[in-house]
Design a protein around this ligand. Structure first.
Ligand code: SAM
Ligand code: SF4
Length: 332
């Protein structure tokens, strides 16, 4: 039987995050500068066949979850085809659950075909419910389109719908209660993310980051929160809101890192495998693939990449160095 993808610390990797493109239709201040970033060259981007081939090797090694992200994954013209082919892969754990993280702008057109193609779940980013704030924060006046995208995902039956917001001091931290109310009223799950040092402009500042403790304090002023047990390897810690069933989550990557249970490995749109968001080295699967490597050689490259995985990211350590690639090119 194939050995699972286990690293030196005994962590078994079952979750592959794939960046389908580094391009984006928004310019969120915590992610990209206004002018964007130097985009990856088209010739370096993996084709659909190459993506599916690598995903197939991962599924053969026990990966059971594939999350498509970016940049904005829905900008990839063949995204529906990618979903269909990935959902049809099979391995020792069966077929993978394929999910997507998106800004939702293209969901009104794509929610139905994506669901038909086998997409299991969507996570949608929405940092504010205020139109002017949204325009300032994303540098595009498109709150209406994100809201229409959320409604479209709901209408075709995606469930649960998780909404993600990066909490920022003086920007949207006064909206955490409103965002939870918006989600709870519609049956969605709100999740807040601590801002991480992954922006292309390298503007991250520890003091500007809103911590999990601060988010919970604001929420507890409005709701009764009780911890949901059994977190497993999930990045979000979750609480029942006013006794449930609605829940709210916080992804406290900086103040309460969850590296000890991490089961994630990442593939960039140009075919580089990364053992961590914050890794400072990558394994070049694209070159291997284009030089004719067989599945065994690709599987060995997966294992070699994970053999170098560090126990944690050390963001809070003074020696921490931000990775060269921004979040949009790694795949959040
Ligand atoms: N464009 C899609 C979206 O926004 O959902 C997918 C890619 S985006 C990089 C994935 C997630 O990363 C989003 O929820 C976004 O808010 C989050 N993100 C981006 N930059 C971040 C940062 N510096 N710290 C924490 N989360 C960040
Ligand atoms: Fe685009 Fe997502 Fe980055 Fe915002 S967070 S700029 S939507 S990739």
């Amino acid at each position: 039987m194939t050995q699972p993808l286990v690293d030196r610390f005994g962590r078994v990797h079952r979750d592959l995050r794939i960046s389908l493109t580094d391009r984006c239709s928004l310019r969120c201040t915590y992610c990209m500068p206004a002018e964007g970033v130097p985009w990856l060259a088209g010739s370096t981007m993996l084709s659909t066949d190459e993506l599916v081939r690598i995903a197939g090797v991962a599924v053969g090694l026990g990966v059971t979850e594939i999350r498509l992200t970016g940049g904005e994954p829905l900008l990839r013209p063949d995204v529906v085809d990618v979903v269909r082919r990935m959902a049809a892969l099979t391995g020792p754990g069966g077929s993978p659950e394929v999910s997507l993280t998106t800004n939702a702008l293209r969901l009104p057109a794509l929610a139905a075909p994506l669901r038909d193609a086998g997409l299991a779940r969507v996570n949608i980013s929405i940092d504010t419910l205020d139109r002017e704030r949204f325009a300032a924060l994303t540098r595009r006046d498109r709150l209406h389109d994100t809201l229409a995208g959320i409604a479209a995902a709901d209408a075709v039956g995606f469930s649960p719908i998780k909404l993600n917001a990066v909490a920022m001091r003086g920007v949207n931290d006064d909206e955490v209660v409103d965002l939870v109310r918006f989600a709870v009223e519609r049956g969605y799950q709100m999740r807040f993310i601590e801002q991480m040092p992954l922006d292309a402009g390298h503007t991250w500042d520890r003091t500007a980051m809103v911590t999990q403790a601060e988010i919970l304090a604001s929420l507890r002023a409005a709701f009764e929160l009780t911890e949901v047990p059994g977190r497993g390897s999930a990045p979000a810690e979750t609480w029942y809101v006013d006794g449930g069933p609605a829940t709210v989550g916080v992804i406290a990557s900086v103040t309460a890192p969850f590296c000890g249970t991490c089961d994630r490995v990442r593939l960039t749109a140009d075919g580089q495998l990364r053992s961590c968001l914050f890794a400072r080295s990558e394994t070049d699967l694209r070159t291997l693939l284009r030089e004719g490597a067989d599945d065994d050689a690709l599987a060995a490259a997966f294992r070699a990449c994970l053999a170098g995985k560090k126990p944690g990211h050390d963001i809070d350590d003074p020696t921490f160095l931000q990775p060269d690639r921004p979040m949009s090119a790694i795949g959040g």
